[in-house]
Design a protein around this ligand. Structure first.
Ligand SMILES: CC(C)(COP(=O)(O)OP(=O)(O)OC[C@H]1O[C@@H](n2cnc3c(N)ncnc32)[C@H](O)[C@@H]1OP(=O)(O)O)[C@@H](O)C(=O)NCCC(=O)NCCS
Length: 186
């Protein structure tokens, strides 16, 4: 399943995406709010898992390309939350772009289309997103696409040890009805 926006193509992964994705996954700027960078092997396993997820669910984390200059620049997509928390089971929307492409609205543009796909085509009832409180860029994308934050939903990531500097997380969410209503008034 390929998705398109005015400036982006969101598509299945190709062999030639592996190297640029591995580079992105060791960039300290990109990985600032993740507990660890990924080795080349971990990147390969991640891509294999993303593709297996596509086969199973018909959606996943899409590889992103610019229409104007083809070539992998990152991902935007949907993923089942892989840990237990007060808001799970849940599907999250997420994004990771190469730093040289930040600041042009690409994550927001791709995420709006992914959100539409999630509600209109995948039939999801709710989509969540979460990050460390200091990840203001990502939080801004969540807000721009219509997700809202209730501080009572904030949680400590269960896969990180107590007191880890990245342990505390803010949760954003949007229900299908809120998304539909948001579109009616726009
Ligand atoms: C998060 C990420 C995908 C955003 O990509 P992007 O294409 O630059 O995002 P957009 O341009 O659509 O929107 C970014 C918003 O953050 C704002 N922003 C950027 N830096 C900021 C800062 N230091 N403080 C406050 N806002 C900031 C931008 O101004 C923009 O908002 P605006 O349109 O209201 O001006 C990108 O930074 C990234 O890949 N980060 C590393 C991976 C990551 O953290 N992923 C999320 C994990 S939950």
């Amino acid at each position: 399943m390929t998705l398109a926006t005015p400036r982006l193509i969101l598509r299945r992964w190709r062999q030639e995406d592996r190297l640029p994705f591995a580079r992105l996954n060791v960039d300290p700027a990109v990985m600032e709010f993740f507990p660890a960078r990924l080795s080349a092997e971990e990147t390969d396993r991640f891509i294999d898992a993303i593709e297996a997820y596509f086969e199973r669910y018909g959606f996943s984390l899409w590889a992103v390309e610019l229409r104007e200059s083809p070539g992998f620049i990152g991902y935007v997509g949907l993923w089942t939350v892989g840990f237990h928390a007060h808001f799970t089971p849940a599907v999250e929307i997420g994004w990771r772009l190469a730093a040289e492409h930040w600041g042009h609205g690409f994550a927001t543009e791709g995420a709006r289309e992914v959100l539409r796909f999630g509600f209109e085509e995948a039939g999801l009832d709710e989509i969540v997103s979460f990050t460390a409180p200091a990840n203001v860029r990502s939080r801004r994308v969540m807000e721009k696409i219509g997700l809202t934050h209730d501080p009572r939903d904030d949680f400590d990531h269960p896969n990180l040890p107590a007191g880890h500097p990245l342990g505390k997380h803010v949760l954003y969410r949007i229900r299908r009805q809120e998304w539909t209503e948001g579109h009616r008034v726009r």
